[in-house]
Design a protein around this ligand. Structure first.
Ligand code: AOF
Ligand code: ZN
Length: 349
């Protein structure tokens, strides 16, 4: 049974956790509140990897530590029980005499995986779990997918005309720039998205036709690691791949590919390319990737089933002809109207 207060305080944990969106990799987003007599007397969240954990910050923020013995600690993720960059939060909770802990959802990463809850219980703490569980899992969906499925969380993103085309037909003389379907507001949002993911991927076709930068310019935050998928290794250009300096990784079958400013990762022809990309990213500790086209690459992700979320802008313009947008099936999570388009978020479930 989820009490009204439990839900209210867990929501606060989620809000606090979200303050560090995109900043905590490889760690999850975690928020914690401490409640005494129905009132919040302390709160905290995890700012970035290596920094104090949410529970530590929440406990530190309480002025009168004597109140902790009769307080409840809320946290959206099971407290850690191992020595990592930080000592175990379970030990801090126990040594401060906190006797009740309300947890949003289990930490399914190997190091914790139920051991935090057990440690608290064996110290005599009352532990309640599963408050706003769905929301807590959704908040850290990248972290959970990475640890449970041993692959990064995959977000597919594209924009399509109202008659179902992702782009107009191009020829060699076409200018190398995107055909815009979305407006300024959506573009800002896309840059915010980029800042929240660890990597961004595009196919060589998109590099050839759109000459994209794949950086965060209309928002603040780190640029994601740029990934390019190219069977042939032919980018159609001999200048650096992107205008902005930074590491690029090119996945290709071409064993002799030499691409300026890029690390080449050779793909095995006998195995699915998308699976190899996912495997490589997992081994590099990359928890998420946003795939921004083109149609062929998006379709490859869809057909292998290796995607978690699709963010599709449906524009107002008709193209009449061009490159067909991918077709995808899933559960519509949300629909948002902009002046130039409607954004639908679809989950693979
Ligand atoms: C966090 N922040 O608030 C909580 C986490 O290397 P460490 O010591 O920072 O440990 C990271 C792990 O601790 C992380 O993967 C997760 O399993 C657990 N809980 N992590 O970064 C927090 N509560
Ligand atoms: Zn911890």
């Amino acid at each position: 049974m989820q009490g009204e207060d439990d839900i209210k305080f867990m929501r606060r944990c989620l809000d606090l956790a979200l303050s560090a969106e995109g900043l905590t990799y490889p760690n999850p987003m975690v928020g914690s509140v401490i409640v005494y007599n129905g009132l919040i007397i302390g709160e905290g969240y995890h700012l970035k990897a290596g920094a104090l954990h949410a529970e530590e910050n929440a406990i530190l923020s309480v002025k009168d530590k004597d109140l902790l013995r009769n307080s409840v600690l809320y946290v959206n993720l099971e407290p850690c029980s191992h020595f990592g960059r930080r000592p175990p939060c379970t030990d801090l909770i126990i040594s401060n005499g906190i006797r009740k802990v309300v947890i949003g959802t289990k930490d399914t990463s190997e190091k914790v995986s139920g051991k935090g809850k057990e440690k608290l219980k064996s110290a005599g703490c009352e532990v309640i779990t599963g408050i706003l569980e769905k929301e807590c899992r959704y908040l850290n969906r990248r972290f959970f997918t990475f640890h449970e499925k041993k692959r990064p969380y995959v977000i597919l993103k594209w924009a399509q005309s109202s008659d179902g085309f992702i782009d107009i037909e191009r020829d060699k003389k076409s200018e190398r720039k995107p055909t815009w379907i979305i407006g300024k507001a959506e573009r800002v949002l896309v840059h915010k998205w980029r800042a929240s993911e660890q990597s961004i991927l595009a196919g060589a076709g998109t590099i050839r036709s759109d000459n994209p930068d794949l950086t965060v310019r209309d928002w603040t935050g780190e640029n994601p690691l740029r990934l390019v998928l190219s069977g042939s290794g032919d980018m159609g250009v001999d200048q650096p791949l992107f205008r902005t300096i930074g590491t690029n990784i090119v996945f290709t079958h071409n064993t002799s590919a030499r691409i300026p400013d890029s690390e080449i990762v050779k793909l095995d022809k006998g195995r699915d390319s998308i699976e190899q990309v996912a495997e490589y990213l997992y081994n590099k500790n990359i928890q998420s990737v946003i795939v921004e086209g083109g149609a062929q690459v998006l379709n490859n992700f869809i057909s292998t089933g290796l995607w978690d979320e699709a963010r599709i802008f449906y524009g107002n313009k008709n193209f009449m002809q061009g490159i067909k947008a991918p077709v995808i099936k899933g559960k519509v999570y949300s629909a948002t109207k902009f002046s130039s388009s409607t954004l639908k978020v679809i989950l693979n479930e």
